[in-house]
Design a protein around this ligand. Structure first.
Ligand code: GDP
Ligand code: MG
Length: 163
């Protein structure tokens, strides 16, 4: 299996909500390895006639920003190695945070396709806020509402072109 999409981003941006949507009605495989790998969930999905694996990273339990940062960096590094395509999820309601910048820096050095997705774009007014995320220098920004599913199709249309 080489069609692997990893969802990366800081906590609470909506990674797991998107994971559940992309792997809807499918059995999510929970990896039972130790350490950072324990916090990764694997599921399978399909779009049109393309089948793929989705990795949900994170599930961080620590409260300290420092621990977050180290754990997230490690998750992103593993995701870059494991995945064929990366979804970098950010939150339109908070804008860019230091952690977002940190992750973006790691992603810019990867040689994998990165799809910047601005999540929580639940209404058209918020659509006007996504322009800020072009500042990452990671190309196109895809507006998304993982909660309603809006924007998911447009994102997947682009992603499956890699498969
Ligand atoms: P994760 O930590 O990145 O995996 O984020 P979660 O998927 O656990 O979501 C964090 C919070 O954001 C939860 O309360 C979700 O219900 C909420 N959330 C996720 N997607 C959306 C969305 O598209 N719109 C809104 N308004 N909230 C969302
Ligand atoms: Mg999560």
């Amino acid at each position: 299996m080489s069609n692997i999409i990893a969802i990366v981003g800081r906590p609470n941006v909506g990674k797991s909500t998107l994971f559940n949507r992309l792997t809807e009605s499918r059995k999510a495989i929970v990896d039972d390895m130790s350490g950072v790998t324990r916090d990764r969930h694997y599921g399978v999905g399909e779009w049109i006639d393309k089948h793929f694996t989705v990795i949900d990273t994170g599930g961080y339990v620590a409260n300290s920003e420092d621990v977050y940062e180290a754990a997230i960096r490690e998750q992103v590094m593993i995701a870059i190695e494991e995945a064929s395509v990366l979804i970098f999820m950010v939150d339109v309601t908070t804008g860019i945070t230091d952690l977002d910048d940190d992750i973006a820096q790691v992603l810019r050095r990867s040689n994998k396709p990165v799809y910047v997705t601005a999540n929580k774009v639940d209404n058209t007014a918020l659509y006007n806020e996504i322009h800020t995320f072009y500042g990452f220098g990671l190309g196109e920004v895809y507006p998304l509402s993982s909660m309603t599913g809006s924007g998911t199709g447009e994102l997947l249309d682009e992603i499956v072109k890699n498969f």
